[in-house]
Each structure stands twice: as C-alpha cells, then as structure tokens.
Design a binder for this molecule. Structure first.
Ligand SMILES: [Zn+2]
Length: 271
C-alpha cells in the first residue's frame, strides 16, 4: 500500500478520504470504539469550511485530501476531532501513516503560500510536489527535519533522561536535531556529549520513523558507553541516569521509536 501522485493544491475532483485537522486533532467518524477517516466529495458534506486544502495522493485508488479548519469549527454528528497520536493502533498502520503525511503536508503548504526568496505568491508545483515560484523559479521542497535518537547502553543498563518538555516523571532516550554539515553519527556523539556529558562508541543503525508532529525524520541508533560521568545540561535535560530493564521509570508510549528502542533493550536483557 503506497501513496501515489503529486501533492499540492490541485483542483479536487472526485470523492476520497478527507484528513481534516483542527490543530493536531483529526476528524474521525466514530462507531462505538471504532474510528475511520471520513470519505466524501467535499468537506461541505460534513458542514465544514476548511481555510486550507491540499491533495495528498492516491491510496488504493482513492484520492486523499488534507484540510485545516478553525478551532471553533462545529463537529459533525457521529464524528470527533481526536489527537492524532492517540489514533495510533486504532486506525490501520497505513492510514495512520497517511494521516501523518497529510498533517505535515497541509501545514507546510499553508505556511508556504509566498516564495521565501522574492516574497510573491509562489503558486506552482514541480513533478516531485515541491513548490516552485512562478516569478523567480525558486524551488522549495516540503520540509522534513532529520533528528537522531539513541539508546546508549552500559553493561545491563540503558541511559534515559528527563527533558523539561516531557510530562512530569517521563524519561526517554536522548534525541536531537541534525545540524547542517553534520553526519548522523556525528550528531549522535554531539547530542550525547552536550546533553549528558558522556562519550559513546559502536554507533549502530536501528531504524527510522516519520514523526508528523514536528515534521521530523527520526533516525534511531544504539551505542555503547565509552567514557565520562553523567552531567546534565540543565537547559533542556533535568535529570539522567542508567536504568536496568526491571526498574524503568515512566517511558514514552508505543507510537514512538523511542519506545521501540527501550523495548528492544528490555527484550535483549531477557535473552
Ligand atoms: Zn520567488
């Protein structure tokens, strides 16, 4: 199951799946506990008037569209706006993936109505879905920010830290955005050094995940402790420590690759 087609502000011609967002909450049809993405020719079918719409692509021959509505928008009968994150495991994985793409694409498109070089309305699209300015030709691709996330192991323990943006008492593995000119491995070493003051070795690729909420591509690694004592950078990290598999603190939910890394560590300790 793949998404096909060039995204953008194409005219909307035939009925399809509508991924409609009110901030990070998405409109779903509800039937008891079951949720699904509404199918219609137009959001007017639900009495909604989006202020922005984009075409996302074709999924199993159904067009997919994404739209933004204002916070005060009236909620249609038998529908709800639900937090996208909470829909993980309730929508099928492919549809959840498209919802993530739809959210990122519509937010990016709305925020890039004007060319960032010449300031005039940008207007065009190339065959890759990038925005092309019809005045100066400046090309702007939908923005994805790469970030690394890493499980550092020291004997039978994993490094977890509490970031001041996390819910209270939540701990997770270290993550950070890649800087220009930096390799992924270089970013792993720098982030860990900056945030907790230790050195790592044996950096190995683990997997990756599109993280729609921040338009990030999370690239996950594992690494081994190589030296130094934990000393937290208090601007961001409030506490960090080495945790055994049987005494983990509160950790992220299973939607995130952070949790997959921690689950991998727990599994490994059991073997
Ligand atoms: Zn321009």
């Amino acid at each position: 199951m793949t998404i096909k087609g060039v995204c953008g502000r194409q005219s909307i011609k035939r009925p399809g799946l509508w991924f409609i967002f009110n901030r990070d909450k998405m409109l779903v049809s509800t039937r008891g506990e079951a949720v699904s993405v509404p199918f219609a020719s137009n959001p007017a079918a639900f009495n909604l008037k989006p202020y922005w719409e984009v075409y996302v692509g074709l999924f199993n021959d159904s067009p997919c569209y994404s739209a933004l509505v204002n916070e005060g928008a009236e909620i249609p009968p038998k529908m709800q706006f639900q937090g996208l994150r909470g829909l993980f495991g309730r929508l099928n994985d492919a549809v959840f993936g498209i919802a993530g793409r739809a959210l990122q694409l519509v937010k990016w498109d709305y925020a890039h109505q004007y060319c960032s070089r010449c300031g005039r309305p940008a207007g065009g699209r190339n065959e890759d879905g990038a925005q092309i300015c019809l005045h100066c030709g400046y090309l702007s691709y939908p923005r994805i920010s790469p970030a690394v996330i890493v499980a550092v192991l020291k004997e039978d323990r994993i490094l977890l830290a509490h970031n001041n943006r996390f819910p209270k008492k939540r701990y997770s593995v270290i993550a950070g955005y890649v800087e220009m000119g930096e390799t992924l491995e270089g970013c792993v070493r720098r982030e860990i050094r900056e945030e907790v003051g230790i050195e790592v070795k044996n950096i190995r690729y683990f997997g990756s995940q599109s993280w729609a909420f921040t338009s990030s591509l999370m690239v996950a690694f594992t690494a081994d402790y190589a030296g130094g004592e934990i000393s937290v950078d208090t601007a961001e990290i409030e506490d960090a420590g080495w945790f055994a598999a049987d005494s983990l603190p509160d950790i992220p939910d299973r939607v995130s690759i952070a949790r997959k890394l921690i689950d991998w560590f727990v599994q490994r300790q059991r073997q």
